[in-house]
Design a protein around this ligand. Structure first.
Ligand SMILES: [Zn+2]
Length: 180
């Protein structure tokens, strides 16, 4: 088991569009470590750039949520190709600790992705899985939940955001200090 550091809001890697995965070999270790990290942090979804890796992949496990049954997923190079309906749901984010926001998103999506073997799938997905996928796809495109709420909602957590950002930038600076 290997835990990775979760990257927080303010770190530039969370604002860039992640690289397409072309080489599917050698992803196993990264994905296993991401699962370990996500479980340790009590998250239900985790995108690669949230652990500092610039690749278009994310994982989800919503098995513990009531009524979902076993629901563990690895999605690579995912794209939402269509969406419909709308729903509100209170979301948290491992990269913005202790913040919860009501976010409006489409209810149903048509999602195209590749699995760990590179095989392409296209599925219609709704409910919590659809919600979680949309949150993670946003991450891989450099988008946060704070970009999906009103200015007033964002302003209500302004203090928290500023402090997370400062800490995050300090950490990023420290990381650079070790590059020789
Ligand atoms: Zn998140």
């Amino acid at each position: 088991m290997a835990l990775m550091d979760i990257v927080h809001y303010g770190d530039p890697i969370l604002r860039k569009k992640c690289r397409v995965v072309k080489d599917f070999k050698g992803l196993n270790k990264l994905i296993n470590d991401m699962f370990d990290t996500m479980y340790e942090e009590n998250g239900i979804g985790l995108a690669a750039n949230q652990v500092g890796v610039d690749l278009n992949l994310f994982i989800i496990d919503i098995s513990d949520i009531e009524g979902e049954g076993e629901s563990i997923h690895i999605f690579i190079n995912g794209q939402i190709i269509d969406s419909s309906g709308e729903s509100w749901f209170e979301e948290g984010c491992l990269s913005i600790p202790d913040v919860r926001l009501d976010v409006k998103r489409p209810e149903k999506i048509i999602f195209k992705y590749q699995d760990i073997d590179g095989k392409i799938h296209t599925n219609e997905i709704e409910g919590l899985l659809s919600r979680a996928i949309q949150h993670e796809v946003d991450h891989l495109n450099g988008v946060f939940i704070i970009d999906r709420v009103s200015k007033t909602s964002k302003f209500s957590i302004d203090k928290e955001l500023k402090s997370i950002k400062k800490e995050s930038l300090d950490k990023a600076k420290q990381r650079k200090a070790f590059v020789l």
